[in-house]
Design a protein around this ligand. Structure first.
Ligand code: TMP
Length: 246
């Protein structure tokens, strides 16, 4: 279905993205910004061009996932290089984290940095500025539907299934580019009462990515830990994706 989407007013300015209305009420324009934050906003900066890099990487990944059976909110490119058109969704306030290897906050809790998991390991945090995005377990998610917006176990199982499958698909996608996917975060939303789809973005802001040959870090850890040029790392990821597509 071809439509002429026209960007309208800003609805929401999030930590890393801006959301605009369009001329169709069920569709939004999601723009990746150059803003970068870490440590719940304790560290922040602007990386010029990051929004374009993230949007291009994320759009390619969402198309790839759709082609492989994961329903997403992605519709088409937006009005500029940093934006895409998406289905409007009621966001589920969970960050769903998928780990292929132990790293980051997992290793802070349990050690075992670099351990490969036999299957994608899924954790959740409850998105809440008020409560500081606490880790939340399955039983708690299901016990407080008025907060988590998850209605039953079947929905949570579906989210787990989509996330684990996304982990396996993305690992393969990145492996073919010479990049190891260590872990990532995804979010989901509801486009109708019984239809949950993958939302938001999947980019070097939301994944840990390591060059298999050189061990070079290519993701937001460059910013979190002051390890080097953020734009350069993200550009390498996009360059390899673009080369593969040709
Ligand atoms: P963690 O090791 O800090 O828990 O992060 C795991 C992965 O999830 C890592 O790739 C970064 C990503 N992530 C986000 O994108 N946003 C978040 O708010 C959190 C907690 C993690």
């Amino acid at each position: 279905m071809e439509r002429d989407f026209i960007r309208q007013g800003l609805i929401h300015s999030g930590k890393a993205n801006n959301v605009y209305a369009t001329n169709y009420p069920d569709y939004l324009e999601l723009e990746s910004s150059d803003r970068i934050l870490a440590g719940n906003g304790a560290k922040r900066d602007i990386i010029l061009g990051k929004g374009v890099l993230n949007n291009k990487i994320s759009s390619t990944i969402f198309k790839y996932l759709e082609e492989n059976g994961i329903p997403t909110h992605f519709v088409c490119e937006g009005s500029n290089e940093a934006s895409k058109i998406v289905r409007a969704a009621q966001m589920i306030p969970l960050e769903v984290i998928c780990r292929l290897y132990a790293a980051g906050s997992f290793s802070k809790r349990y050690g075992l940095e670099g351990k490969k998991f036999s299957e994608p390991l899924i954790e959740y945090t409850y998105k809440s500025d008020l409560y500081g995005d606490p880790i939340i377990d399955r039983k708690t998610i299901l016990a407080i539907p008025e907060k988590t917006l998850i209605k039953n176990e079947r929905e949570l199982n579906l989210i787990d299934y989509y996330t684990a499958r996304t982990g396996l698909l993305l690992s393969k996608f990145y492996y073919e580019l010479g990049i190891k996917l260590v872990d990532f975060k995804v979010e989901y939303g509801r486009i109708s009462s019984d239809q949950i789809v993958l939302c938001d973005e999947i980019s070097p802001d939301t994944c840990r990515l390591i060059d298999i040959e050189t061990g070079e870090i290519l993701d937001k850890d460059l910013f979190r830990k002051d390890l080097g040029d953020v734009g350069k790392g993200y550009s390498k990821v996009l360059r390899r994706i673009t080369k593969k597509e040709k």
